[in-house]
Ligand binder design. Sequence first.
Ligand SMILES: Cc1cc2nc3c(=O)[nH]c(=O)nc-3n(C[C@H](O)[C@H](O)[C@H](O)COP(=O)(O)OP(=O)(O)OC[C@H]3O[C@@H](n4cnc5c(N)ncnc54)[C@H](O)[C@@H]3O)c2cc1C
Ligand code: SF4
Length: 551
Amino acid sequence: MTKDAVDICIIGSGAGGAPMALELGRAGFKVVVLEKGAHYKPKDFVHDEILNSRRNFFMPLPWEEPHLWRQGSSGRYERTNSAWTANCVGGGTVHMSGYFYRLKPVDFRLRSTLGEVKGANLADWPISYEEFAPFYDKAEAELGVSGEARPHPFAEPRSGPYPLPPLDVHPIAKEIDRVCGEMKWNSLTTARGIISKPYRGRSACSYCALCGSYGCEMGAKSGTNASVIPAALATGNVELRPKCMARSIEVDKEGRARSVVYLDADGVEQEQPAKVIVVSCTAVESARLLLNSTSSRFPKGLANGSGLVGRNLMFSSFGESRATFRISKQKASRPWLTAPDPFVNRSIQDFYLMPDERFGFRKGGTLGFMWTHPNPIFAAVGLAGSGKEGVFGKELKDRMRAYRDSRILQFEVYGEFLATPGTYVTVEPGVKDKYGIPVAAITMDRHPKDFAATRFLVERGEEVLARLDPDDIERVGVAGETTILQHGTCRFGKDPATSVLDKDCRAHEVPNLYVVDGSFMPSAGSVPSTLTIAANSFRVASQLVRKLKKG
Ligand SMILES: Cc1cc2nc3c(=O)[nH]c(=O)nc-3n(C[C@H](O)[C@H](O)[C@H](O)COP(=O)(O)OP(=O)(O)OC[C@H]3O[C@@H](n4cnc5c(N)ncnc54)[C@H](O)[C@@H]3O)c2cc1C
Ligand code: SF4
C-alpha cells in the first residue's frame, strides 16, 4: 500500500538517523522514521545475560540474517553475525559502552598531513575540524556526555567544558594516573555517553556495571533511544515506525529518490513516498540497501554509477591486553582493589601520531582502560577457550576458581584502519535473509601498516600494565579489527569520481538522497566513532533544514 507522502523518510534510528529526525522535526517538517527493530522501553532492559548475549534481543541470528565474510577476493564466504549492531530503536547506541571521543584535526587532513600510503585509498575530508567542531558541541549536549578535558599534545580544540562532569571512577584510575606520570605520558579522563547527573529529565547512572552489550534501564546511557528519539517524538512532527524493514529505494523518471519500499511489522509490503530520503542503517547495511535498490536508471544500485557504493569499507583496528590482580595475594597492600566502582575511564593518546617514521605511516591511536566485562557468559567462554585451545574438566575448574579470585584490568587499542581496494561490501543475490532480501557480503584485505601501529600501541599499553604490578599480563591480540565500528562505504568528498556523497552527505548522483551513518567517513580515525556520526548528522540536518526552508 502506498502511504501519504511526507517531507522526509529516514531509514534507521541510531546514531546517524535519530539526530536528523530531531532537527527536521524541530524545524516543522513531517518526518517518518522506518526502523527494522523493536521499540524497547527501559523496563525491557533486564540484567539477563542469556537474553543479552545468546538471543536475538539486539543482534540478528546468523541463520536468519547473516552477513557473509571472506578473507580476500579468493576466500570462501562464511555466514556470520559480525558487523551487526543492535537492531532496535536507537540501533547500536542502545547497547554501546558509550566511550565518546572526538576525532582530532589531523584526522580531517590525513592524506595531506601524513602523505600517501601505497596500497591504501587515503583521502582528506572535504571539511575541516574547525567546521565540524560546533556539531560535536551540539551532539554532546543533545545526547548528554560526561567528561573532563585535560590538556595534552594531541588534545582537540574545544569551545568549552563537557555538558556533564566526569563519572565516578575506581581507585585504580589514580594508579594509572600515577604510572603515566612516571613515564611522562598523559592519562586522560575518557568521556562517556552516560550522564553523571540528572539531565534533561533523565536519571543519572546508578553504576550497575552492565553497560556495553546491555540496554540501560535508568535511561542514563545516552543512546538515541533515551535522548534524541524522545525529543524528536515530542516535536509532534516525527512518526516512528518500528519493525519496518526497508527493502529498496525507488526512483522517478528523473532519477530522484521517490519512495521507500518496506515490509511492515506484519510482513506486508508498504511504500512511503517522501521529498527527501535519508539512509542510516550502518555503513554495511546502508551499502546493502543502496546496492539492492536497482532500477533501469541505476542498474548497479542507487547512487552507484561510479561503482563506489560499498567500496572503502573500514572498521577500527583493534588490539587488547589484560592484567590480572589476584585478590587474595594483593588485598593486604591494595585494599581498594575490590571496590565495586565499575568505571576506570582512563585513556592515553600520546601516540595518536607515532613518534617517528619507523612504520612508514605515522598514524597511531588511542588506548582505553577498563575492567573486563562482568557478564559471566563472556567470562566462561573466554576461560574455556575454543578449538585446539579449548579446556574442560579440572583445568577449566581451576581457571574458574582463579577467575573468582581476580580483578582483571584491560585496555583496548583503537587504531587507524586504512581503506584498501580489497576491503568492501557487495550483495550476494543467491543468499537471502528471512525477509527474502539479498544479504551483505564483506571481503577483507587489511593493510599491513595497520598491524604494525596496533602492535606498537599494545606494547605501550603493556608498559602501563606492568608498572601497576599485576600477577599476570596476557596479550589478547594485536592484529584484529572491531566490526562494531563501521565506516567508509559511501565516502563524502568534492569529486564524484572518487566519492559517493558531497560535503553535505547528499548523493552526487541523486539530489534528494542523503546517507548519514559512518558510511560518509573517508578515514576511520583512531577512536570509536559514534559521537562523530551523531555530530555529522546534526551538521547535515542543519544544512538540509536551510535548503528545505529556502525551497
Ligand atoms: C556492544 C557494542 C558496544 C559499542 N560501544 C561503543 C562505544 O563505546 N563507543 C562508540 O563510539 N561506539 C560504540 N559502539 C558502536 C556504535 O554502536 C555504532 O558506532 C553506532 O551505533 C553506529 O551508528 P549508525 O547510525 O551507523 O548505526 P546504528 O546506530 O546501529 O543504527 C542503525 C539502525 O538502522 C536500522 N536498520 C538497519 N537496516 C535497516 C533497514 N533495512 N530498514 C530499517 N532499519 C534498518 C538498525 O536496526 C539500527 O537501529 C558499540 C557497538 C556495540 C555493538
Ligand atoms: S546505570 Fe550506568 S552503568 Fe548501568 S547501564 Fe546505565 S549507564 Fe551503564
